[in-house]
Design a protein around this ligand. Structure first.
Ligand SMILES: [Zn+2]
Length: 436
């Protein structure tokens, strides 16, 4: 056995009630969880981690973000949406180079890992640079390039559209690298940034290559209603007509989803990814997650980009998801802490198509593990570990993050990312390039 967590409180998520085991032993061998139980395992361990006062959880999964947007943290906040996007965010992003995106990605990954995130579903341009950063950092990464197409429908061609050519290139280069730690998802950015020839090209490519899709869906009321006016269908219905949901995947936001839309996503095996903090910050509305879950939609959690959040802390998202659902339904039982924790672990793993490898602490699963220090004033006393994780804990309570048995972050130190170098490059390369 490589590593043994001793005397820890394990929240395994392998039972419907969360499967909390106090004074547990959790063993890791060859990157996998090899032992979970109350008895000390017979096999000796090369390294023992004392778990008293700490809670071991499955690595959290951020099912929708834009990692490189770390460089926009706090930039032009509180502006009206159109002005924020067109006068600030888009012009800043237009100045990014491959090199700048690689630096920003490393910064984003460092933040995610320090907050206990072990797997990310991401959408951005300069995707090769992000894959490179994720490959080196050791995090699980499902990347997509968010294809757009504003040309004439009759002019569209797979070989002449930069984003479909890029889709194929990224798929062939990165999908399945390191035993599937890195994956490529087919993607369109959203209904309103493209038209049917692109949807059909991406859908066909996804089906032929067994890829999932990643799409922004019905994030704002305007986008949802403009689609209804233009096509007589909701974005979910319209994209379904063009085959985009056939292989399952991720629909991010779903703020304005109707009940019919939700039933459609449930039938197609498409997961809705709730981004509660971003939706509130941008004034987009509140996704009806309770309704979607009642209709059988797998719902997961995401942070969206740092520019609209302004961090990658999934502990904050879990709490925000609960508070919003309770407020929306005027019912404190509308969403429980356990529901939120499932959305950030088992349900998010399913959204990524990784449900057989992560999201739980169980023998045979990858050792994607996070240790949370509960020996802190804001976590004392602890009547319920799950309530503590969702309502009281924060990302900064994480003291160790491990992916496939490899420690990426421990006690404030990054083991696979040179944080001092990244910080320097962000300040001395990216900031002058974009904002000078
Ligand atoms: Zn997004």
């Amino acid at each position: 056995m490589d590593t043994l967590f001793k005397g820890v409180t394990a929240v395994t998520m392998s039972e419907q009630d969360g499967g909390v085991i106090k004074d547990a032993f959790v063993g890791v061998s060859g990157g996998k969880i090899s032992y979970v139980g109350r008895e000390i395992p017979r096999e000796p361990a090369a390294s023992v981690i004392e778990g008293a006062g700490k809670v071991l959880i499955p690595g959290l999964i951020n099912a929708h973000t834009h990692l490189p947007m770390a460089f926009l943290r706090g930039y032009a906040d509180d502006s009206p949406l159109r002005e924020w996007l067109y006068d600030h965010v888009f012009p800043a992003e237009a100045k990014l180079t491959d090199r700048a995106v690689e630096i920003c990605s490393r910064a984003g990954i460092a933040e995610a890992v320090s907050f206990g995130t072990t797997s990310v579903s991401d959408m951005y341009s300069h995707l090769d640079s992000i894959f490179k950063a994720a490959d080196e950092a050791g995090i699980k990464y499902s990347g997509s390039n968010g294809a757009i197409y504003f040309g004439e429908e009759s002019d569209f061609g797979f070989e002449t559209c930069a984003d479909t050519v890029n889709m194929r290139g990224m798929h062939l280069k990165w999908h399945g690298v390191d035993g599937g730690r890195l994956r490529f998802d087919a993607s369109i950015h959203a209904e309103y940034t493209s038209s049917y020839p692109l949807w059909e090209a991406v859908a066909e490519y996804a089906i032929n290559n067994g890829l999932r899709v990643h799409v922004h869906l019905s994030e704002t009321k305007k986008e949802h209603e403009d689609c209804l006016t233009k096509y007589g269908l909701t974005p979910a219905q319209l994209l379904d007509c063009h085959g985009l949901w056939k292989n399952g995947g991720i629909a991010a936001h779903c703020v304005w989803l109707t009940q019919e839309d939700a039933s459609l996503l449930a039938r197609r095996g498409v997961s809705a990814v709730h981004n509660p903090v971003s939706n509130q910050k941008l004034g987009s509305g509140t996704a009806d997650i309770a309704m979607m879950r009642r209709l059988g939609v797998n719902a997961a959690l995401g942070t969206d980009g740092v520019s609209s959040n302004n961090n990658l802390d999934l502990f904050e998202e879990m709490k925000a998801a609960c508070l919003l659902a309770k407020n929306k339904e005027r019912d404190p039982a509308a969403m429980s802490a356990l529901d939120a924790l499932k959305m950030a672990t088992v349900c998010a793993a399913e959204a990524q198509g990784r449900q057989n490898e992560c999201g739980k602490i169980a023998p045979g699963y990858d050792a994607d593990l996070v240790l949370v220090d509960f020996d802190r004033p804001h976590l004392t006393p602890c009547h319920s570990v799950i309530s503590g994780l969702v309502y009281s804990a924060r990302g900064s309570d994480v003291v160790m993050t491990m992916v496939r048995g490899k420690t990426l972050y421990k006690d404030g130190e990054f083991l696979t990312i040179d944080w001092e170098k990244t910080k320097y490059e962000l300040a001395h390369e990216v900031m002058p390039l974009v904002f000078a």
